[in-house]
Design a binder for this molecule. Structure first.
Ligand SMILES: [Zn+2]
Ligand SMILES: [Zn+2]
Ligand SMILES: [Zn+2]
Ligand SMILES: [Zn+2]
Ligand SMILES: [Zn+2]
Ligand SMILES: [Zn+2]
Length: 282
């Protein structure tokens, strides 16, 4: 079973070390945020121009910006001028089929290979929508999981995997063992699935100061008993926190496995192609 920490590692951009924002799929099977990719190109002297996006695209809104952008070094005008004159990189207004077509090579931060992006640069790459959805799902899962952590762990808390009706508590595997030592009366306690009802103080609804018990799928947020009867959630899909979490987590594990396996497939195909090329050359 994939742990949440392992999962998170697969969802982190090799450039900004944060979870992917609008990831682009590189031909070497690695991914990099849209913003980070343009930053990498800029650092390598390419003037960045993405023909597929307008300045008003989500990539340019402050909320999706990589924090590193704040420290971005903007080329000085004279350097810009020189770059333009040398025909280096891509820039607005360049005509297709110019006399000296310049292909953009992208140094992949994950495998250190120089990936050929052709003339269109980043515009030739596809946005990895599957990965984007997985990241979104992961965020939701993490959101919910805050409500069902082990009550006894020292931080970082582990996910609660067992409950005990007699102790009126939820535990992770380790803490359950620790609080029910072998050979004592407590060892007789039967573990149940973890529930929220034992929690002395669970996550509170900021609006009603009531404990959250359910998850509204439509609003993608945790709700309390009072929220549930509110008109805002009428006809919304509302499920108990625990089952919402388990369902999301399962989906997440599956889609992550899918992404990883399709990466393997691409790698195999590349290897096979390289083999074929070798053989045809001989
Ligand atoms: Zn990034
Ligand atoms: Zn790579
Ligand atoms: Zn624990
Ligand atoms: Zn117990
Ligand atoms: Zn509420
Ligand atoms: Zn709702």
């Amino acid at each position: 079973q994939t742990s949440m920490k392992n999962m998170e590692r697969e969802l982190v951009c090799p450039v900004c070390k944060e979870m992917y924002k609008q990831p682009l799929a590189l031909p070497c099977t690695h991914n990099v945020c849209h913003v980070c990719a343009s930053e990498v190109l800029l650092q390598h002297g390419h003037l960045y121009c993405d023909p597929t996006s307008e300045p008003t695209s989500p990539a340019a809104t402050p909320s999706t910006r990589s924090p590193r952008l704040g420290r971005r070094v903007v080329p000085k005008p004279d350097r810009l001028d020189r770059l333009l004159k040398s025909g280096f990189g891509t820039y607005p207004g360049r005509k297709r089929g110019a006399v000296h077509p310049q292909t953009v090579s992208f140094p992949c931060p994950a495998c250190q290979r120089d990936v050929d992006l052709g003339e269109r640069g980043l515009g030739s790459l596809f946005r990895n929508l599957t990965l984007e959805r997985v990241v979104e799902r992961y965020r939701q899962t993490i959101n919910i999981s805050a409500a069902i952590m082990c009550q006894f762990c020292k931080p970082p808390q582990l996910e609660a995997t067992k409950g005990c009706t007699e102790c009126k508590s939820s535990f992770c595997n380790e803490c359950f063992k620790l609080y029910h030592p072998w050979g004592t009366q407590k060892a007789q306690h039967e573990p149940t699935p973890p529930t929220l009802t034992f929690r002395p103080k669970g996550l509170m609804c900021p609006e009603h100061k009531e404990e959250v018990t359910h998850y509204c799928k439509t609003c993608q947020r945790l709700v309390c008993q009072l929220c549930r009867v509110r008109r805002t959630h009428t006809s919304h899909k509302i499920t108990p926190v625990l089952s919402a979490y388990q369902a999301l987590r399962e989906k997440l594990t599956k889609s992550l496995a899918y992404i990883l396996s399709s990466q393997d497939t691409v790698q195999t195909q590349i290897a096979e192609l390289e083999e074929t090329v070798k053989h045809t050359e001989v």
